[in-house]
Design a protein around this ligand. Sequence first.
Ligand SMILES: [Zn+2]
Length: 74
Amino acid sequence: MTSLILTVAVLAIIALVGTPIIRRMVGAGPLVCTRCDGTGDVNENWPDPSEPTGWHRVTGVCPKCKGKGRVRAR
Ligand SMILES: [Zn+2]
């Protein structure tokens, strides 16, 4: 039974790690936006002393890809 769990775990890790790599290789042009993970929407909320309010808050359209979900490779 232990080996079955191990096999499933390894497959899950391969799927988790491999999928973004394969996606990046296939879509060689524009890359999936790392800030919103391709959704085009962000929901960011964390303390940031450099912000006037003391909080970094961004919700809605991703400022990095402007809602497209993909960014151009440089
Ligand atoms: Zn984005």
